[in-house]
Write a protein that binds this ligand. Structure first.
Ligand code: GDP
Length: 593
């Protein structure tokens, strides 16, 4: 029998499932009843169950791919496109243009440089096109294309990274040759480094009489950006954005740096990308600049971005010309979303309006729940560290003067040395008050912000609250280290306790050569989970304590089975299970204070 493939979510109502399977709810309820499940029309059923129903109706169900859920946050250090193409057919991968973003200290010439590149290399807007500015453009150099994100400033870059998108492949760091490395230059270096994006330095304002390239190179080297002519691996290109000099060399350097990255995408693959910028336009509705990162986006496609969605009514390129489709690394203007998404959000193409609406609704619901839960407190970070979710404790340190940073850093490093199993990493240390940028970096990197004799400004506090970033202020170094140490020790010695999951009753016992005795069970309460801890009770007697090493529904291996459902359980290294035994399932976690 040839089966139709269908993607189903982790949980779905009976009514919804009927819709998707093109069946009546009554039909679905009947199939469920035949499988021993009594469900009402609005009841949620899990994927395992809906998959069985789907199979009975001639569908082959696969779990719906949910794009980048929060559990993937730990892999935020790996650029999205790399994670994405890991799922693509390798033979379909093709090189794509590098995407470049420009960072640097205020007034060092970011905007002028973006204009200079645009003017020298981009053809004029096409006549008849919509005069619609989009915040990205493309240039050609020696027959190769480069995509520039026209959103200078760290906020755009970090916003993307905070959402795991990481739009840029290469960062151009603009440093004015007459001014040198300044606080925001350092901040930009920290951002790029945290995101593991390579840097090309544009040594700007080289036309100025007081330009001092050698001094700037020295400063760059002090910040671990060793120029290639000094034997390092960072290309430093002298330019004058104002006089439009050195632009070609800069493009060359960008392409050379990008070459080492092996940047690819599958033009025929899953369509996915990032919002560069979006706003509400009075006559056109939501106008979004999107960067396509994989696949090909087409006019008429239905997209979902976070909780916004819509069918694309019009697509136009950076020249303002209407286009029908856009492949990887292409920036496009898109009209048709129902609400304004935030910069940095990911978009994906889905098949129908309805699917889009459902995904958006589910996310809105999840957001509400998450807002209540998510807090990057020190304690939480240690918890995650303990459970192996994060590999290191990341700190951002702001202090009143440079002179107090060094002793703080050395004290923290000393502390870290005493902890063999915990790595403490200082992402960024700088003199100055705690700003929004620090919070952005902290949120994107899951770090906490430590202030020493400084304040957090109002905007920073507000953002920290919204993003759940923890700020800790100190005025005495030993208090700071004492606090860190206490938390470390406290958490390391955290008490563990048992948390119950559920119970199942053994209704039958089967012998399966590969496993041995399998207990055919019905879950009586809670949930039974594969790899969880288990006890086997026979009446009052505890017969076994160990773990569940195999859990099946029908013939499928499953992760968990809920109350009311039947399943096959095998207990690790145990083959004496009998009808009537009770299997108790639980896990061990830190006791709540
Ligand atoms: P941003 O804040 O980094 O975007 O800097 P801008 O692009 O706004 O430039 C700040 C100032 O520096 C402006 O007055 C520019 O005209 C000037 N500027 C930018 N690039 C150059 C350059 O290559 N040479 C000179 N002499 N001035 C420049």
């Amino acid at each position: 029998m040839s089966e139709k493939r269908i993607e189903l979510p982790a949980s779905i109502t009976v009514r919804e499932l009927a819709d998707r399977l093109d069946a009546s709810p009554i039909q679905i309820i009947k199939v469920l009843m035949n499988n021993g499940v009594m469900a009402s029309i609005n009841q949620q059923i899990d994927f395992e169950t809906s998959a069985i129903v789907a199979a009975e109706l001639g569908f082959e169900a696969a779990p719906e791919e949910v794009l980048l859920d929060e559990s993937e946050e730990t892999s935020a250090d790996v650029p999205l496109w790399r994670r994405m193409i890991a799922n693509e057919d390798a033979s379909q991968l093709q090189p794509r243009p590098p995407v470049v973003t420009i960072l640097g200290h205020v007034d060092h010439g970011k905007t002028t440089l973006l204009d200079a590149i645009r003017q020298t290399n981009v053809a004029a807007r096409e006549v008849g096109g919509i005069t619609q500015h989009i915040s990205a453009y493309q240039v050609e150099h020696n027959g190769q294309t480069i995509t520039f994100l026209d959103t200078p400033g760290h906020a755009a870059f970090t916003a993307m990274r905070a959402r795991g998108a990481q739009g840029a492949d290469v960062v151009v760091l603009v440093v004015a040759a007459d001014d040198g490395v300044m606080p925001q230059t350092k901040e930009a270096i920290a951002h790029a480094r945290a995101a593991r994006v390579p840097i090309v330095v544009a040594l700007n304002k080289i036309d100025k009489p007081n330009a001092n390239p050698e001094r700037v190179k020295q400063q760059l080297a002090e910040n671990e950006l060793v120029p290639d002519d000094w034997g390092g691996d960072v290309m430093v290109v002298p330019v004058s954005a104002k006089k439009q000099e050195g632009i070609e060399d800069l493009l060359e350097a960008i392409l050379l740096t990008a070459e080492t990255l092996d940047i690819q995408a599958n033009p025929n693959g899953r369509v996915i990308g990032t919002v560069i910028e979006a706003r509400m336009d009075k006559s056109r509705g939501v106008v979004a600049t999107l960067l396509v990162q994989n696949g090909t986006l087409r006019k008429g496609d239905v997209i979902v971005v976070d909780t916004a969605y819509g069918r694309i009514k019009a697509l136009y390129n950076y020249r303002g010309r209407q286009i029908k489709e856009a492949g990887p690394s292409t920036p496009v203007g898109a009209i048709g979303l129902n609400s304004v998404p935030a910069a940095g959000e990911l978009f994906q193409v889905v098949k129908t309006d309805k699917e889009a609406r459902q995904i958006a609704a589910r996310r809105a619901e999840e957001k509400k729940v998450k807002a209540r839960q998510r807090k990057v407190t020190l304690e939480e970070l240690f918890n995650q560290f303990q459970s192996g979710e994060i590999r290191e404790l990341r700190l951002i340190i702001k202090a009143d003067v440079q002179g107090s940073i060094d002793p703080i850093v050395s004290e923290i490093n000393k502390l870290a040395e005493g902890q063999s199993d915990i790595k403490i990493k200082i992402l960024h240390a700088e003199a100055g008050n705690i700003t929004e940028n620090d919070i952005m970096l902290a949120s994107a990197s899951r770090a906490i912000v430590i202030g020493f004799n400084v304040q957090a400004d109002v905007a920073a506090r507000r953002l920290a609250e919204a993003e759940g970033v923890s700020i800790r202020l100190y005025d005495i170094i030993y208090r700071l280290t004492e606090d860190l140490e206490k938390s470390l020790k406290g958490m390391l010695a955290a008490e563990m306790e048992e948390k119950p999951l559920g119970k199942a009753e053994v209704l039958a016992v089967f012998n399966i050569s590969k496993y041995g005795r399998i207990a055919g069970c019905r879950v009586r309460e809670g949930v039974i989970r594969r790899n969880a801890k288990a006890r086997l009770w026979r009446g009052e007697d505890l017969v076994y304590e160990g773990e569940i090493d195999s859990l099946k529904r029908e013939k499928e291996n499953v992760r968990e089975v809920r109350e009311g459902f039947e399943c096959g359980i095998h207990l690790k290294n145990f083959n004496e299970v009998e009808v009537g035994d009770i299997i108790e399932c639980f896990y061990i976690a830190e006791a709540e204070a």
